[in-house]
Design a binder for this molecule. Sequence first.
Ligand code: BTN
Length: 267
Amino acid sequence: MLNPDNLTAMLQATKRLGKSVLCYDEVGSTNTLAYRLAKEGAPEGLLITAERQTNGKGRGGKAWQSSKGDNLMFSLILRPKIEVQRAQLLPLLAADAVAQTATELLSKINGLRAMIKYPNDIMVDEKKISGVLLESRVGESVEFVVLGIGLNVNQTEFNAGVQETATSLRQLTARTFDRAAVLEKMIKMIDEKYDAFLRDDNDKLLLQGWKEKCTTLGREIRFEWNGQAMEGKAINIDRFGRLEIETVDERIVAAPSEILYIRPKHT
Ligand code: BTN
């Protein structure tokens, strides 16, 4: 089981993240717990991990499934003092950091690269290895953001429903990974990118890094927008992380929360 004292020691050099850590054997959802603690005043950077979630949440009301003790499931509390719309870039920032971490781990072994499917699914070899779920409390300003991340590390068997579409670091390399070391690397990467994000409100570099990894841009896609099935070409993302799509008769600008089930058109 992950250990809070070890993790805090490993994360001593970060600027903000992982200064306090809570590790649970079992929770409903680390995001739900983090949200409650944030409402009660928990500090920026609090990291919550779980070996198992009984009600793990994915995007769009889906469940997040993960076998006990094999993977990483965690949430971070952030309290950025930024304009509300800019907070929409945080899941992209997280996806960029997770993809970069996964690529650094994989490329040494077998040259594989992790890519991003809009807005923040992390894919290797066209299979999903990680997902990001952002939940926030926002009024005139951002009160707090909960950034939840699930990364498949050592799981080798997946349920029938996701077997064809999910993968893990171990499945891709036939090696077992030290979860604490992977988490350390990932939190340090997020911390570094988050620090740059807070210090400078020019998001060009962040968006550029994200775009370089994104497999959705430039493609003909099928997608669901506000509950409606549609088709079009993904053209660009704007400075608030919204996807610009050209359909036969209009140009849509869709926020990450409005868009679901993106698939390439020709499959
Ligand atoms: C997705 O791709 O649908 C997002 C998945 C996010 C899963 C993580 S696991 C830790 C945190 N707690 C949750 O309940 N969900 C996120």
